[in-house]
Design a protein around this ligand. Sequence first.
Ligand SMILES: *Cc1c(COP(=O)(O)O)cnc(C)c1O
Length: 342
Amino acid sequence: MDLLSLVRKNIRALKPYSTARDEFKGTAEVYLDANENPFPSAYNRYPDPLQKKLKERIGEIKNINPTQIFLGNGSDEAIDLIIRAFCEPGKDYILITEPTYGMYSVCAGVNDVKIKKVNLTVDFDLDLNALQANLDGSVKIIFLCSPNNPSGNLLSKEKISKLITSFNGIVVVDEAYIDFANAEGFLPSLSNYPNLVVLQTFSKAWGLAGLRLGMAFASEEIISVLNKIKYPYNINILTQNTALEEIASVKEKDKQVKEILEQRSFLIQQLQTIPNVLTVYPTDANFVLVKIKDAKKVYHQLIDRSIIVRDRSTVVLCDDCLRITVGTPEENGKLTETLKKL
Ligand SMILES: *Cc1c(COP(=O)(O)O)cnc(C)c1O
């Protein structure tokens, strides 16, 4: 597959901004090359534009070469850049499988890129025939989300593999919730798929949504295209340092994930005892999709009692559905007790 031929013409021709740190990479005593304030503080110097130290650590814990890692201001930055790199505005399409995460459409819309939508099956898996019928030369990127938001389930790994190998374009598999799934996801097989981009994030299992740090893993060719078009200093020093500290205490994250999974079982079991709850969908994430009688009314009744869940009742295939994040034992108890009394 000729990946470069998939890249937009103007991006292929683009000469990226070269930072002072790009032009001199060694260490020196005196830095008078970047118009920084010379008086030392934690932040007077620009950050490393390619976040080498952080990528090395992430590479170690994910078992991936640092040259196959892109870091963004949240995975949302990676979603936006992938669309900008591969889709000609006003002409090309992305394909999404509904119901799914909203940012793929928003980023496409901002970039004037068109959207083909194919519904998932009723049990929220890929409909390969419907997908194939919608793939033509104008579709440049397929966005898949596994575990899927808002349904919570992993998509079939075999179907995803088939799609990646048969499609002459980029396939993005968004694994924001993979730490909560009893599955390894697509990172270990990244080298089999030159056109695959795997997205992960520090926002969910790592408990760092406020830090804004997302990861994209892909072939070196794709990563270098993203590096070429990103803002030069997209990850600030505070975020890079904090992420390094958090990775050093990965055991804390693992402990919290384990506790969230225990709470998920508790929440599911409690929800199943509530008469108005019609379906608790299977989940591989840190949330549950629940079909409940008069969902919209229940949503507002919960707000009146100071409990906020996500109303997904107007979303395709999600009639009368609420999406509920797994909280602390107290929060989950308060939610289920409240639902029982409504
Ligand atoms: C929460 C979420 C993300 C995370 O986005 P960030 O910008 O990294 O916070 C990505 N994809 C999906 C499907 C999500 O639900």
